[in-house]
Design a protein around this ligand. Structure first.
Ligand code: GN1
Ligand code: MG
Length: 376
């Protein structure tokens, strides 16, 4: 029997049409926007059922991911690999750990291209868990560290060559810098105090941009499968136990340096004002949280980290804050063509937060480096 409209959507509604593609049976109760992603449009779909059943529906940003089919292929490869490892090796025995699943559409495909060309996909929902935009306490920090280590360890035996490069140049800082220089030349920048600060900061820091790419070229650091976007709200935390249970958002899983991931996780988690704050001048990097995250990460990751990897941990965290600031600032100058914004100066505000964070990291270089040394 067709539902007695608990749903607020008409069958013609584009969201409902996409949702039905992946779950043709079972009435739709609700579809609502979900999470705070900067790139895709994400929705939580609730279906009728004994217990509320949910899944994640996403419209993939094909301006950013030009070959979304490859993104889905990577996601399949990674989730199959991780599921196999979890079953075979049981590295998480005694604790809950889940991997998201890609849901197929009616035709058995991992995505659906709508008549208007939009690219839709559906992903299983991790129930009984939540994510946070800001680190809540030191237990949360330790769990985030554990989860990143677990993720790295679960993919560490997946040959990097099996994964396509779905976003060319992602985390290659010198490329972002070259793009910034081109955009600045073409479009110029305004002269507000904030813009002047950003322009000056990038100029002062530009010599640092090559540090990880150089180390890679010299064979000091090697490529491995990485998550690519381990920011604080991509870690799912069990609502009852407070323990990490999954890492979500697998779009950018691809060959890279673990330093991009460690740096990105630390720059995201050790900023207690969060990356969306308007109080950018108050942003600070918290070394105590950094230590706690690494106390969660290192015991799981020790097995695959080399001596040389440790040498570049500090460079990783400073660089990724600078890089993300540069990406936001460039997007602001370019007219907000990459990241979603809710007002025209949104990307400028985000850039200032990251630049201020990079400054704070730099001002604590000695403390942070000593901590990394002591933790080996
Ligand atoms: C973007 O869309 P979202 O929020 O998962 C970006 C990351 C940035 C992040 C900053 C593909 O991630 O690199 O670190 O914003 N993802 C892509 O919040 O560019
Ligand atoms: Mg992401």
């Amino acid at each position: 029997m067709e539902r007695q409209l608990k749903t607020k959507y008409e069958p013609s509604d584009f969201l409902a049409a996409a949702a039905r593609r992946f779950k043709p049976r079972g009435g739709l109760v609700n579809i609502r926007e979900y999470g705070h992603g900067n790139v895709h449009d994400t929705f939580l779909v609730t279906l009728e059922g004994g217990e509320a059943e949910h899944f994640i529906l996403q419209r993939v940003n094909t301006q950013v991911f030009r070959q979304p089919e490859q993104v889905m292929r990577n996601m399949r490869i990674v989730t199959d690999h991780v599921s196999g490892r979890l079953e075979r090796d049981q590295p998480c025995r005694g604790r809950r750990w889940e991997v998201v699943r890609v849901l197929s559409d009616e035709a058995g495909l991992d995505y659906w291209i709508a008549p208007d060309g939009d690219f839709w996909r559906a992903i299983s929902f991790i129930g009984g868990a939540e994510s946070f935009d800001i680190i809540q306490n030191s237990e949360h920090a330790r769990e985030v560290g554990f989860a990143l280590g677990m993720f790295h360890s679960l993919v560490s035996d997946l040959p990097a060559g099996k994964l396509a490069d779905t976003l060319e140049g992602f985390h290659i800082t010198p490329r972002y810098l070259r793009h910034y220089d081109r955009v600045l030349e073409e479009k110029g920048a305004g002269r507000s105090p904030e813009e002047k600060y950003a322009l000056r900061f990038v100029n002062e820091q530009r010599a640092l941009a090559d540090v990880l790419e150089e180390a890679k070229m010299q064979g000091r650091l090697c490529l491995r499968p990485i998550h690519g976007d381990p920011k604080v709200n991509n870690f799912m935390i069990d609502t009852t136990t407070g323990r990490a249970v999954s890492m979500i958002d697998l779009d950018t899983v691809k060959p890279g340096l673990v330093h991009y991931d460690i740096g990105d996780c630390l720059r995201s988690c050790c900023n207690l004002l969060g990356e969306e704050t308007e109080q950018w001048e108050g942003v600070q990097f918290e070394p105590d949280l950094c230590r706690t995250i690494l106390q969660g990460y290192l015991p799981v990751a020790k097995a695959f980290l080399s001596e040389m990897d440790y040498e570049y941990l500090y460079d990783g965290v400073r660089l990724i804050a600078l890089e993300l600031g540069l990406r936001f600032f460039t997007d602001y100058l370019e007219g907000n063509v990459y990241f979603k914004v809710s007002h025209p100066k949104h990307n400028l505000a985000r850039a200032l937060v990251q630049f201020r964070l990079a400054e704070s990291i730099e001002s604590q270089e000695k403390t942070i480096c000593a901590m990394f040394r002591d933790m080996r």
